[in-house]
Design a protein around this ligand. Structure first.
Ligand code: UFG
Length: 325
């Protein structure tokens, strides 16, 4: 019998790529729960949409009462580091409190499997920049903290026997669906690659580099960019792991090497063949200098391997998508 998966935030950038894969596997009934605040109806390529907010516990109760949900994949959250520094309550409210409410509801209805979109931001600004899952957790912005609170809650509920969960700590998710059906579609994108592409398109007049005085080879921040299809694939493997092994676990999800902001800008110019304007400005609050994943655990325990570990390819997929918007 098909298992039923509730996907919160399934109309969003990452959620929609995972929903597409779930649909292709043909093993699942998919319910997308999304308030469409940043997600898009047309990005849902499989399953059914229930339009609703995470804060609407009444509606969530109704969903869990009326059907048997086998697993929840929880993507719905706010994701901007800079905004979280300016408006922390918004982040703690949605990312932490609403996640707790969801967990309360699902545990009372005996849904035992939970996949959580965590983030590399839980590590803060680690000393050598490369983190394993054992690296101490010390977020330097409310976004990372809001996600870490949820990890702690999950750990305790799991220890008490309530659920099994997988927390996937995403590094810098980028690119667009390799079939060209999905991609990022934000009204005000803040992510580096998307902003470069908006500049190449002429939608933005310049790309600002936030800080050139970091202790890195070219002075700009280094990040581990992972293609969204590789990231999505890990969720399907994690779901199988939960159903088979019935064990909780936490994994880094990145490629294990990185690129500086300047390197990303150069590759974006090469891919788009547009020499857009770049200006160097002050640091953005809450940015760690280097954040790279040690991904040996997910490779060993889940057998996950990347297919698209090539930044030029990643940016190409994003550019093909961006040109269609
Ligand atoms: N940057 C610029 N100019 C821009 C946009 C970004 O210089 O216009 C810089 C940032 O300062 C940073 C780097 O490019 O150094 C990457 O910034 P992004 O905003 O693209 O991504 P972040 O690293 O801030 O955050 C992303 C996700 C988080 C996740 C984090 C983990 O949004 O959810 O990666 O590394 F936690």
């Amino acid at each position: 019998m098909k298992k039923t998966i509730l996907v919160t935030g399934g109309a969003g950038y990452i959620g929609s790529h995972v929903v597409k894969l779930l649909g292709q596997s043909n093993h699942y009934n998919i319910i997308v729960y999304d308030n469409l605040s940043t997600g898009n109806r047309e990005s849902i390529l499989s399953g059914e949409l229930i339009e609703g907010d995470l804060a609407d516990t009444h509606l969530l109760q109704k969903i869990f009462t009326s059907r048997k949900i086998d697993a929840v994949m929880h993507f719905a959250a706010f994701i901007e580091v800079g905004e979280s520094v300016k408006n922390p309550i918004k982040y703690y409210n949605n990312n932490t409190c609403n996640a707790l409410n969801l967990l309360k509801i699902l545990t009372t209805h005996n849904t035992r499997n939970f996949i959580f979109s965590s983030t590399a931001a839980v590590y803060g600004a680690p000393e050598n920049g490369i983190v394993t899952e054992q690296t101490p957790l010390s977020p330097i912005n409310p976004y990372g903290q809001s996600k870490l609170f949820v990890e702690k809650i999950l750990q305790d509920i799991s220890a008490a026997g309530g659920i099994n969960y997988i927390a996937l700590r995403y590094f810098n998710v980028a690119g667009a669906d390799i079939d060209g059906q999905l991609g990022q579609k934000y009204k005000n994108p803040t992510h580096l690659i998307t902003r470069c592409l908006k500049c190449a398109k002429g939608e933005f007049d310049k790309l600002e580099i936030f800080g050139t005085d970091y202790n890195t080879p070219d002075g700009t921040c280094i990040r581990d960019y992972i293609h969204v299809n590789d990231l999505a694939k890990a969720h399907i493997i994690a779901l199988d792991y939960l159903f088979e092994k019935k064990m909780s676990n936490i994994f880094n999800l990145g490629y294990g090497h990185g690129f500086s902001v300047k390197e990303v800008v150069d590759i974006a110019k090469k891919v788009t063949q547009k020499d857009f304007k770049v200006v160097e400005t002050a640091r953005r609050e809450g940015d760690p200098p280097i954040l790279l994943s040690d991904n040996s655990k997910i490779k060993k325990d889940l057998g996950w391997l990347p297919d698209y570990d090539d930044l030029e390819f990643i940016i190409k997929t994003a550019w093909e998508w961006e040109k269609k918007l």
